[in-house]
Design a protein around this ligand. Structure first.
Ligand SMILES: [Zn+2]
Length: 323
């Protein structure tokens, strides 16, 4: 069974993980630097997990891969963020490759296409004290999200990726629609953006449906933590050698921040934005928004477990300790 994979050796951005799994690193011009796409060998061609971002550079890489004789049977997406789904429509239109995403992901795509999609987060940021926030969104959204997936899958469903069956595991937190995939016999976990090697994945609110994403994120870690894993394949960065330890580190990183935040409001009620600036320092642009999002989702979590309470004062939510 070749499927053209013998030519992978010529591509510097391809790394062999096992006999049947290859990692293709696609550059991302912002944030995470690169995204991992996985190619899983199958009888009819490779199943590709995540496509990378919509860019000329990424398209050139995929064209090169296919010119080498690599057949792509299908695209399966971990979640709907642009760095993972960006080329889904392109694959479907240009190469007639079917695209699969979870039914929750399909729902998120449709929400994303609505004009007022970003309004909720903007108003939420304002309410949490980040008054001059402007969305650093991309205009490309309306193109890349405007497609119909060829099929969807559900939580707990067995899906065929390459030659093997994987269990689809709904693991929200980083995004409402995030999925991991687990191969039971080989103990392979495609972790996506649930667990990353160097940094803790951002926990996001992207619509009013995302009520307490940090709580969901912790539950997702717990769920995945119950599976014995020998190989874990993240959405960015290097393959994780000890995923249990890494999950532990990420969890304790969050708890350290939660403690810092409780300390910050010991004597005075403060907004998420004020606490975010206090803890992370004053930054600009995307960084400010990232830190703000992290602080806000943590306060929402702290309130849900009864550690803090919030009060709307002159339009701004202020958090204080629960005595
Ligand atoms: Zn990502």
């Amino acid at each position: 069974m070749k499927n053209g994979s013998e030519s992978f050796d010529q591509l510097s951005m391809v790394k062999k993980i096992t006999e049947d799994i290859y990692l293709l690193s696609i550059p991302v011009p912002f944030g995470m630097v690169q995204v991992n796409c996985y190619l899983l060998r199958g009888k009819k061609g490779f199943t590709v997990i995540d496509t990378g971002i919509y860019s000329k550079e990424a398209i050139d890489i995929w064209e090169k891969v296919m010119e080498m004789g690599v057949t792509i049977e299908q695209i399966v997406l971990t979640h709907y963020h642009i760095d993972h789904l960006g080329l889904a429509r392109w694959f479907q239109e240009k190469h007639r490759v079917p695209v699969y995403i979870s039914s929750i992901g399909d729902r998120e795509i449709k929400r994303r296409l609505k004009k007022d999609h970003a309004d909720y987060v903007i108003s939420l940021f304002k309410q949490h004290g980040y008054l001059d926030y402007t969305r650093l969104g991309s205009e490309i959204d309306s193109y890349i999200y405007d497609f119909e997936p060829d099929g969807t899958f559900e939580d707990g469903e067995q899906v065929r990726l390459g030659n093997e069956m994987y269990e689809a595991l709904w693991t929200p937190g980083h995004s409402a629609d995030h999925f991991c995939f687990y191969q039971h016999q080989q103990q392979i976990m495609i972790v996506g953006d649930l667990v990353l090697n160097k940094i803790a994945p951002i926990v996001l609110i992207e619509s009013h449906h995302d009520v307490n994403p940090l709580q969901e994120y912790f539950s997702s870690l717990e769920r995945v933590g119950k599976y014995p894993v020998s190989i874990s394949l993240p959405g960015h960065g290097n393959v994780i050698s000890n995923v249990t330890k890494r999950m532990e580190d990420i969890r304790s990183g969050h708890h350290h921040r939660l403690e810092e935040m409780l300390k910050a409001i010991e004597n005075e009620a403060k907004s998420s934005f004020a606490v975010s600036q206090e803890i992370y320092g004053k930054r600009k642009g995307l960084r400010t928004a990232t830190h703000m999002m992290a602080t806000m989702t943590r306060f929402i979590y702290l309130e849900s477990i009864g550690k803090v309470k919030s009060e709307l004062i002159n339009g701004t939510l202020l958090y204080s300790l629960v005595e």
